[in-house]
Design a protein around this ligand. Structure first.
Ligand SMILES: C[S@@+](CC[C@H](N)C(=O)[O-])C[C@H]1O[C@@H](n2cnc3c(N)ncnc32)[C@H](O)[C@@H]1O
Length: 247
């Protein structure tokens, strides 16, 4: 990478770092501007720098001193960056019950399932597996059946052990079915539109008891950001594009 580009990265990473802190709205605007200035890989690099910087500051409930083993998760196609899988695994470690909304091919599900309490921990993996255009950036599949089969192959051992329980439904239907359930952690990574994300927070948030964790992905997508801001307010932690709040 040429030195001028590196200088630009460092300057923008510094600006990003200063803007994040408690000023999430500006950070979201910065993200929009940055998207126009940099290629997606550049943007990833900036956020990565920022993630390293917030390592000590942001995590309120312990430090990420242990390296989480996310090798198997990283082998599965999906949207989450390795540093985000590590944090997800860290947050999930030892939990007894997790509900995930938006599993796709199982990249995040694998990080959760590999780290829940054994042998009794459970990950309820909700996805409509309906096949949709939003997969097209990383796969050629448009058929939901194929997607679901790929998920099942990727998680076969954990499904057989009863650790991962796939629930093939839209999140609204699933919330109806699971009404009254209580989880240690809910992870939201389904439909990222404002209305849908807000609805997922409203439907699944009440399934969390005191001390449990509500976690989500793609904090800097504006629909998600607005939904989180309105339903939750300030979050407790941000890492890459992961956000979380302790109830
Ligand atoms: C961004 S992907 C999830 C990525 C995944 N967590 C990973 O680590 O790769 C979003 C997923 O949400 C699912 N989805 C979208 N809207 C949904 C809804 N209303 N109910 C259930 N699943 C939904 C899609 O089928 C898709 O698999």
């Amino acid at each position: 990478m040429d030195p001028e580009r590196v200088k630009a990265f460092m300057a923008s990473a510094k600006a990003w770092k200063e803007m994040v802190g408690s000023r999430h709205e500006e950070a979201a605007q910065f993200h929009e501007v940055a998207k126009a200035l940099y290629t997606p890989d550049d943007l990833q690099f900036q956020v990565h720098l920022r993630a390293i910087e917030i390592h000590r500051r942001v995590i309120k409930h312990g430090s990420l001193h242990a390296h989480m083993d996310t090798v198997r998760a990283e082998q599965i196609r999906g949207w989450m960056w390795p540093i985000e899988l590590q944090m997800l695994a860290y947050l999930a470690a030892g939990m007894r019950s997790i509900c995930e909304i938006g599993s796709a091919f199982g990249r995040s599900t694998r990080a959760l399932g590999d780290h829940v309490a054994k042998p009794n921990g459970r990950v309820y993996a909700i996805d409509s597996w309906a096949g949709a255009g939003h997969f097209s950036s990383i796969t050629n599949e448009v058929n939901g059946e194929d997607d679901f089969n790929v998920f099942k192959v990727n998680l076969q051992d954990l499904i057989d052990a009863g650790t991962v329980i796939p629930i093939r439904m839209k999140s609204k239907e699933a919330a109806e079915k699971l009404k009254g359930s209580q989880y240690d952690m809910v992870f939201i990574d389904g439909d990222h539109s404002y209305a849908a994300c807000r609805s997922d927070i409203k439907l699944f948030g009440p399934m969390l008891g005191s001390g449990s964790l509500l976690v989500g992905h793609d904090y800097y997508q504006l629909g998600v950001f607005r939904a989180v801001k309105e339903e939750i307010g300030n979050v407790d932690g941000v890492w890459g594009r992961l956000w979380w709040v302790r109830m």
